[in-house]
Design a protein around this ligand. Structure first.
Ligand code: HEC
Length: 106
């Protein structure tokens, strides 16, 4: 394949991957950060600190052990005081981006 085509394709894929993680972060900031942000007295972060006793980070954005399936499960089913999110709130596409964002290596 011609070198410039490869460069163009690489650029397109990089831009798409980047846009995806930005959407994922935007979804997180809109729907999850109120409970799961790293800073402040956040109910999700506090509950997960109590659950894991520091064996994994309490803030979801700092975790490296979660899979996309794990995140999708909790977002759609909810847990404890965390209500399930409807598709009219977080679409499947947004959930994919959110799961990708939360499982992306730093
Ligand atoms: C109203 C506050 C609240 C909101 C909003 C919220 N969560 Fe939660 N979430 C919690 C609490 C509290 C827990 C811990 C429940 C427990 O196990 O005690 C939790 C647990 C989780 C878990 C399970 C983690 C584990 O290891 O057990 C995941 C994953 C999760 N939340 C993801 C999300 C995502 C993604 C969003 C945004 C779409 C979100 N949450 C929005 C409060 C919230």
């Amino acid at each position: 394949m011609n070198r410039s085509i490869i460069i163009t394709l690489t650029t397109i894929f990089t831009v798409c991957a980047h846009a995806d993680s930005e959407t994922g972060k935007a979804v997180f900031d809109e729907w999850c950060a109120t409970c799961h942000a790293a800073e402040g007295m956040m109910p999700g972060t506090i509950a997960l600190e109590a659950k894991y006793q520091d064996s994994v980070p309490a803030a979801l954005e700092e975790r490296t052990d979660m899979t996309p399936e794990f995140i999708r499960h909790f977002v759609r089913k909810g847990v404890s005081v965390m209500a399930p999110f409807r598709k009219t709130e977080i679409s499947d596409k947004e959930l994919d981006a959110l799961a990708a964002y939360l499982t992306a290596p730093e």
